[in-house]
Design a protein around this ligand. Structure first.
Ligand code: BTN
Length: 326
């Protein structure tokens, strides 16, 4: 959003009464037609602005879009989301993140949040497609972590905790985490995380934490094969949710946990993750690249690995793979 549009918006936000185009133009030192152009742009961005010839313009309702201007009004973080890149419709925030990290020193991007209203080529774990229509929250957070490489999976744990906590605080829903990276409400998935990594053996260039939350999605907009296993916040609470408030909350909750990781407080993260786990003390089927087995999920360690007691009593430690709850 351009500065002039923001300045026009600020004037409308300050005034409960209609403001004339002439008055706005005078305050900003621009022409009335420039004001009208910005009003048109603001409407395009979803702001409901009424106009009457006699009285002028009035902001009736704010936008529901995840515009950086709106997010920054609510964001209470130190570094996560201070820089935002916002897109209407792109293939994937993850793809944009990789492009940016190739062009700009990732240290300068630390904490940047890339947002898309809609993704046409969203990616999930293991290269699966991630359906991302308008109404969801589709973001990637760029990080240059100061965390040992073998603890990196804990970034996903921190993100999962943040989403579950934010959903609980905003809507009172009992959101839980299914290992490794799914957020569930009841027995349906409402969100997922994807941690991507650019590293050499001993140096992490950057990580991208992709977060997808089915916020204001009508289940009828999802492909039929997903409708039995996926839900949305809108479907759970029975009305559209305030995505800006939710995202600002997720980013704050994430920053708090990420800071714990940087401070080496791995036990705290593992403990909180376990308190929100849907997987522990359940029978599960595990499929990794080289084996498949069943057993009871008995623990998650401070590296994010799932610990399984197999039926023959053998203990398995799984750091990556699919987990099906039986
Ligand atoms: C999963 O459960 O498989 C993880 C899904 C992660 C989806 C998010 S949406 C924002 C970011 N961009 C993508 O293309 N994917 C991640």
């Amino acid at each position: 959003m351009k500065d002039t549009a923001i300045n026009v918006l600020k004037i409308l936000e300050e005034s409960p009464d209609p403001v004339s185009g002439g008055h706005i133009a005078e305050r900003l030192g621009v022409t009335r037609s420039a004001v009208w152009k910005q009003i048109r742009e603001l409407r395009r961005l979803g702001y409901n602005i009424s106009s009457s010839r006699a009285q002028g313009y009035r902001l009736e309702a704010t936008t529901s879009r995840l515009l950086p201007y709106e997010i920054h009004k609510k964001l209470r973080t130190r570094f996560i989301g201070k820089q935002i890149r916002y897109f209407d419709r792109i293939a994937s925030t993850s793809w944009v993140g990789k492009q940016l990290a190739g062009e700009i020193d990732p240290g300068k991007l630390h904490g940047m949040v890339i947002i898309a209203e809609e993704q046409t080529g969203g990616v999930g774990r293991l290269g699966r497609a991630w359906v991302s229509p308008a109404g969801g929250i589709w973001i990637s957070i760029v990080l240059k972590p100061g965390i040992p490489i073998d603890r990196l999976f804990m970034i996903t744990m921190a993100g999962s905790i943040a989403i579950a906590r934010a959903i609980r605080k905003e809507y009172g829903l009992s959101a839980l985490i299914k290992w490794p990276n799914d957020i569930f409400v009841g027995d349906k998935k409402v969100g997922g995380l994807l941690l991507e990594l650019a590293a050499e053996a001993d140096a992490i260039h950057y990580t991208l934490l992709g977060i997808g939350i089915d916020a204001n999605i009508s289940l009828s907009d999802l492909p039929p094969n997903l409708r039995d296993v996926v839900t949305s916040l809108k479907a759970e609470v029975g009305h559209e949710v305030d995505r800006v408030a939710l995202l600002a909350r997720v980013l704050r909750e994430f920053e708090l946990r990420y800071q714990q990781l940087e401070d080496g407080e791995y036990d705290s993260i593992a403990r909180e993750w376990k308190s929100l786990s849907l997987t522990l003390e359940r029978r599960v089927a595990i499929r990794t690249i080289n084996k498949a087995f069943e057993g009871e999920a008995i623990d998650v360690d401070t590296y994010g690995a799932l610990i399984i007691r197999r039926d023959n009593g053998k203990i398995e430690r799984v750091i990556a793979g699919d987990c099906f709850q039986l």
